[in-house]
Design a protein around this ligand. Structure first.
Ligand code: NAD
Ligand code: WQD
Length: 366
């Protein structure tokens, strides 16, 4: 594989997954540019990333719906590839303000594609943050990429609409190289503890909620249902370490042949992949809510008090990925285990709590 260094734009690059991917890409020798409107993140994350990698990150404050600013950003920085993280992601909220979700996620993606099409140097490599939520209630497990899609909420439908738009685009113009990465449940944090998932308000997702209970910020966890058809009755999910997920993006860029696409290739045996390609990014292992609590208690040496509460509307019993396609095509598999996920999450949570106490702000919002 070519090792040419790329200029890579991360929309939403100061968010939870984007910030970890920024570290992985920079450490792989690429130049990372971050484009974010900070609606769910902190501008200070860029300095934290610099602290972690020892290298500066160029950040551009802007909304993805600002097509002109995006085009200018692509051209000025001669961007070779875009990883598109920017989006709103709260499932419950998406049912309350669906128009905002479609405007931000779908219209925002169209704006990005228009900017890429208009840019004079024709950047045509794109990696898109999709989600396992597009599968809806699984018809079989593990879920492979040809499993039927059936999103059950507006957030999930924004992801499906975007995937369809990208598929049509790739068909219409064969020079595009697009990867749709369907993430399962990202958790954990960078080993430094300086970036991680630090949601505003009460967390919606299990892991940040558990971490905030362990650190004493929240009193107890509600376990949403213990009468599912699972070994212990609680919901089973495929939790993936965010650093493994971040490395999956580098593998996807390599698979697309981003480095080769960005220059005139005269002699190479390396295959590049045009068109649209869809991959699950998960571990293939499912853990229940009770197993997650136990693993977190072991990693933190803290108790996580919980109550069994009614099922949460829209939740499914079990969900975990088939990882075969990503392993075979991308040469990527998740390496970090549940212990590493919980330990890194706990490390980050402790640092976040300490820095909130001292009123400094060095953590990544998500
Ligand atoms: P995040 O909220 O931490 O990061 C998203 C970033 O995008 C934030 O920094 C936010 O400020 C920015 N943003 C949002 N709308 C924008 C706009 N209009 N213009 C510019 N910037 C904008 O979320 P995350 O967990 O890092 O998720 C990244 C992507 O992955 C999202 O598209 C999300 O839907 C998807 N995803 C996340 C998960 C998960 O559980 N975290 C699972 C599957 C898919
Ligand atoms: C995991 C398990 C809950 C909180 C969501 C989105 C999905 C994707 C990832 C973006 C379930 C249980 C949770 C709590 C609990 N995001 N739980 N008490 O629902 O699998 O996926 O985030 O694309 O689209 O739907 O993740 O972390 O919310 O829940 O018992 O306070 O934990 O019932 O079984 P989910 P989650």
């Amino acid at each position: 594989m070519s090792t040419r260094s790329l200029n890579i734009l991360l929309t939403g690059g100061t968010g939870y997954i984007g910030s970890h991917t920024a570290v992985v890409l920079q450490e792989a020798g690429h130049r990372v540019f971050i484009y974010d409107n900070y609606c769910n993140s902190d501008p200070a994350v860029a300095q934290t990333l610099q602290k972690i990698t020892g290298q500066p990150f160029k950040t551009i404050e802007g909304d993805i719906r600002n097509t002109d600013l995006l085009q200018k950003t692509l051209e000025t920085n001669h961007i070779d590839a875009v990883i598109h993280f920017a989006g709103l992601k709260a499932v419950g909220e998406s049912a309350t303000i669906p128009v905002e979700y479609y405007a931000n996620n779908v219209q925002g993606t169209i704006s990005l594609l228009q900017a890429m099409q208009a840019a004079s140097h024709r950047p045509r490599t794109l990696v898109f943050s999709s989600s396992a939520t597009v599968y809806g209630d699984p018809q079989y497990l593990p879920i492979d990429e040809s499993h039927p899609t059936a999103a059950t909420n507006p957030y999930g439908r924004t992801k499906l609409h975007i995937e369809e738009i990208l598929r049509d685009l790739a068909k219409s113009d064969v020079s595009w190289r697009i990867a749709c990465l369907r993430y399962f449940n990202p958790v954990g944090a960078h080993v430094s503890g300086l970036i991680g998932e630090n949601p505003n308000g009460i967390p919606n997702n299990l892991m940040p909620f558990v971490a905030q209970v362990a650190v004493g910020k929240l009193k107890q966890l509600n376990v949403f249902g213990n009468d599912y058809d699972t070994p212990d009755g609680t919901g089973v999910r495929d939790y993936i370490h965010v650093m493994d997920l971040a490395e999956g993006h580098l593998a996807a860029l390599n698979y697309l042949g981003a480095a080769l696409a960005a220059e005139v290739v005269t002699n190479t045996e390396t295959q590049t992949h045009t068109g649209l390609h869809t991959f699950n990014l998960g571990t293939g292992c499912g853990y229940s809510v009770l197993e997650m609590i136990q693993a977190f208690e072991a990693a933190s040496a803290k108790a996580v008090p919980f109550l069994i509460a009614p099922r949460r509307a829209g939740d499914i019993a079990s969900c975990y990925a088939s990882t075969t396609l990503a392993a075979e095509q991308l040469g990527w598999t998740a390496k970090r285990d549940l212990k590493a996920m919980c330990e890194s999450s706990w490390h980050f949570q402790q640092k976040a709590a300490a820095s909130a106490g001292s009123n400094s702000n060095t953590t990544a919002g998500a």
